[in-house]
Design a protein around this ligand. Structure first.
Ligand code: MSP
Length: 516
């Protein structure tokens, strides 16, 4: 059945160019979006940038740039990288766009109508990097942000507050719904946080020019998180010009999944749903908080300065290597440490050796013994053991993707490829073919392995779309409009198809410690 599926990445701060951490979330979302499309669902994949707030204002100031010009420049870099990484987003939200600003105003008036805003005073320790007040004792001397490793700033100002506490019961109920927060460990963390009692939070700032003005309070601009979370709604508006926030103006809302890093879970699992309930809107179906990519054990971050440049990594190993490593090696939900040697080993072993060589040597044999083609046979009669294995592996793969478990999905593909390699080695068609009476048996064997390669090519598509296309091209299969439903059955590889000369689908990467 065709269903709608809406997936979002966070809207990335434009304080600096994108790094590997932001690429990680976006690649993961792209894999999920592609998987859903292949499953026949109608997908809205939304990404974008978060452009307001003190962090951005200060960065622009330090570069002597008008903030808008600074934002435009960095935004282009994000778009450029997403193109390079073959990210298939449908909408790109900018929080400085006039449509978004109008949406924020309309949403705010709904929250006002619910009587959920009041003027108060906020004091406490603030991290500009997180754009967040921290739960730290007022009397602490020179506290440091545990994420950004920078000194917190003392703030004491008049702000507008949102009545989060009013939604305690609704939020308690929401966060315990099965599947709303994943992985489990993060769910417990939020349940614990909410059980301490929700406190109202400030949604405006004074003395901050670089933000959306609050109607009726001329010295105030919206708190950057209040503004940014609404980007998910402005990106879901059917009509992007002169948007009106009505019950019918949104397409594909609510989001099926917000994919975010673990540091911004509270905003998404607690503050955001409460804001939506206040405005009379539906809450998202789920929030997935993934772990941090670390390098030398430390979170990779723009403020810390230990970032790995995704463009450099791309130039070094290519897009398939980068996407494969991030999704195959790191448990989605857990932290993962980037190690160059491991990167090279995994990519070479899985993609170049296990999959690439399998395809290459089987095509070579097929061409040589079967007139440049896939062996002629009656595919449905081939009850190869690979057929059974592929069915098991396809099921495992489906289950893994439904649980956002890329590692298991990738493993099931590799298992299938390993089995096909073992099968080939066991059967040794190069020996069998020496006796011409074995030709039919060899035809069946070669067909079974090529058919496994076809399935591998399709299953790889969400994770490494470029490599998937190259594999399918070698088998003369059009990969432009694939769907699982009519491609994943055993025996669909068309016999009699001419095969092109085999060419390596994945180059080996040489280890070069100084490359990145
Ligand atoms: N602008 C906010 C999000 C607003 S969403 C309405 C923001 N932006 S961010 O650019 O700082 O971070 C975006 C995402 O990147 C977050 O989910 C964060 O967890 C993730 N990452 C930042 N550094 C990361 C790593 N080193 N590793 C993995 N993800 C990381 O927060």
């Amino acid at each position: 059945m065709n269903m709608k599926y809406t997936i979002t990445t966070p809207l990335y701060y434009v304080n600096d160019k994108p790094h590997l951490g932001s690429s990680y979330t976006t690649i993961a979302c792209d894999a999920l979006a592609r998987f859903q499309r292949l499953s026949g669902n109608s997908v809205l994949f939304l990404t974008g940038v978060d452009e307001h707030g003190q962090k951005i204002e200060r960065t622009a100031e330090s570069k002597n740039l008008d903030p808008q010009i600074h934002c435009d420049e960095i935004t282009e870099r994000y778009k450029y990288l997403w193109d390079k990484l073959n990210i298939t987003y449908d909408r790109f939200v900018r929080t400085t766009s006039s449509e978004h600003i109008s949406l924020v105003h309309q949403f705010y008036s709904r929250v006002l109508e619910s009587d959920d805003v009041y003027m108060g005073r906020q004091s406490g320790w603030y991290c500009v990097g997180c754009e967040e007040y921290k739960d730290i004792d007022d009397n602490e001397k020179h506290p440091i942000c545990s994420i950004h490793k920078k000194e917190l700033e003392w703030r004491d100002e008049e702000n507008l507050f949102f009545k989060l506490s009013k939604y305690q019961k609704q939020i308690e109920k929401l966060i315990t719904i099965d599947g709303f927060i994943s992985p489990k460990s993060r769910k417990n963390e939020i349940i614990n946080f909410v059980s301490k009692g929700l406190r109202d939070f400030s949604i405006s700032r004074v003395n901050l020019k670089w933000g959306i003005n609050v109607p009726g309070n001329k010295d105030h601009t919206f708190y950057v998180w209040f503004d940014a979370l609404l980007g998910y709604v402005s990106g879901s508006l059917r009509e992007q010009n002169n948007p009106e926030l009505t019950d019918n103006s949104l397409c594909n809302w609510p989001a099926n999944i917000h994919v975010i890093g673990k540091d911004i879970l509270r905003f998404h699992a607690v503050y955001w749903p409460a804001m939506l309930i206040s405005a009379g809107m539906e809450t998202p179906a789920s929030v997935f908080g993934h772990g941090f990519l670390t390098r030398e054990g430390q979170k990779m971050g723009k403020s810390i300065g230990n970032v790995l440049d995704p463009i450099e990594l791309l130039e070094y190993g290519g897009i398939d290597a980068m996407r494969w490593y991030l999704l195959r090696d790191i448990e989605f939900g857990e932290d993962g440490d980037f190690q160059l040697r491991r990167y090279v080993d995994i990519v070479n072993s899985d993609l170049n050796n296990t999959i690439g060589n399998l395809l290459n040597r089987t095509i070579t044999m097929s061409k040589k013994w079967f007139k440049d083609s896939i062996p002629i046979n009656n595919p449905s009669s081939i009850q190869s053991q690979l057929k059974k294995i592929s069915e098991v592996k396809i099921n495992e793969y489906m289950k893994a993707f439904q649980e956002n478990n890329f590692k298991n999905a990738a493993n099931s593909i590799i298992d299938l490829a390993n089995n096909a390699n073992l099968y080939l080695n066991d059967r040794a068609p190069w020996k069998l073919i020496k006796d011409i009476s074995n030709k039919e048996i060899v035809a069946k064997d070669i067909y079974s392995v090529l058919e496994s390669c076809r399935l591998i090519g399709i299953l790889l598509h969400p994770i490494v779309p470029d490599l998937s296309t190259r594999i399918l091209n070698q088998l003369k299969i059009d990969s432009s409009s694939l769907e699982f439903e009519n491609t994943l059955q055993w025996g669909l590889l068309n016999p009699n198809t001419g095969l092109a000369d085999p060419s390596p689908v994945m180059d080996k990467i040489e280890l070069n410690e100084s490359a990145i």
